[in-house]
Design a protein around this ligand. Structure first.
Ligand SMILES: Cc1ncc(COP(=O)(O)O)c(C=O)c1O
Length: 295
């Protein structure tokens, strides 16, 4: 089990890695990032992740330090040096090390900093598909897309941290965050889905969400009818009451694929156990991913 960091091309053990105090990512969250994982040793859906990294950087007018092929080579080199069975790879690009602790871009350098963190892939809890998570609809609201658009995967996660803190304070595992109009958006680091009448529904991008890679893959999987031609997934605007009336709720993310939510605001959802559609989707989707679906 090895944790390594590649800082602008130099690989060191994670414990020895240092980011300069004038780095704009450190000072202001002036950065973008991606989390990629390996599956059977290869980067999974990496093209989609790099597309999103480019989109995020473009939205904050930050240039990426390397062309895509070289960026990928640098990730591969770091993963290889770490030698873990499966890897978590965090690619962070900051607007570089400035000349003063001042947000003014006059103090920003020419070159961004590129940090690649490689760790063993964290496994979801072993009993995830038996127990699921508890969630709370929190009072913290998702950023309005006209402010820091949630579609940008930036290094500023305070809004999500505040949401998660509120949920944890109240004893829930995770938070469900509404937008300023009261519409359902997502969880702090996962997209949200509910199941109604056998269909899995997830909010559309306009409400203010990160368009998760896993979310996109599950929508594609559902469009193809799922593994047995029966499972349907689609976008739909969701209100808080839809959550309360849902048959099942689950989350999606790169690190967990599908994660059931079995309690909402202290009350069991359905039987309080992961529901049949969630389990069937989870099984079919994982098998599809393992066979190279989404690459
Ligand atoms: C806010 C937010 N939403 C959703 C997701 C899930 O996205 P993905 O499926 O690309 O991992 C993440 C992942 O980090 C996230 O941070």
């Amino acid at each position: 089990m090895t944790e390594l960091v590649n800082f602008n091309g130099e690989i060191t053990p994670e414990a020895e890695a240092r980011v300069p105090v004038l780095d704009r990512g450190f000072l202001f969250g002036d950065s973008v990032y991606e989390v990629v994982r390996t599956r059977k040793g290869g980067f999974h859906s990496v093209g989609r992740h790099l597309d999103r990294l480019e989109r995020s950087a473009g939205r904050i007018r930050m240039k990426l330090p390397l062309p895509r092929v070289e960026l990928l080579e640098r990730c591969a080199e770091t993963v290889q040096a770490a030698g873990n069975a499966e890897s978590y790879v965090r690619i962070i690009v900051t607007r570089g090390t400035g000349t003063a602790p001042n947000i003014d871009l006059a103090y920003a350098p020419e070159e961004p900093n590129l940090i690649i963190m490689v760790r063993p892939l964290p496994l979801p809890p072993a009993d995830l598909l038996e127990k699921g998570f508890s969630a709370e609809v929190v009072s913290v609201r998702r950023n309005d897309p006209r402010a820091l658009d949630p579609a940008i995967k930036s290094g500023n996660y305070l809004n999500n941290i505040m949401g998660l803190m509120e949920a944890r304070r109240d004893g829930a595992d995770t938070a469900i965050i509404l937008n300023t109009l009261g519409q359902v958006t997502e969880a702090p680091t996962s997209n949200l889905w509910l199941v109604k009448n056998g269909e899995a529904l997830t909010p559309p991008p306009e409400v203010g969400i990160l368009e998760g890679i896993t979310r996109g893959l599950l929508l594609e999987f559902g469009e193809e009818g799922g593994a047995d031609g029966k499972l349907s997934t689609r976008e739909q605007l969701l209100e808080e009451k839809d959550l309360r009336e849902a048959d099942e709720i689950f989350m999606t993310s790169t690190l967990m694929d599908i994660a059931p939510i079995t309690r909402l605001d202290g009350h069991p959802i359905g039987t309080g156990r992961p529901g049949p559609v969630t389990l069937e989707l989870s099984q079919g989707f994982s098998a599809w991913l393992d066979q190279g679906g989404g690459d």
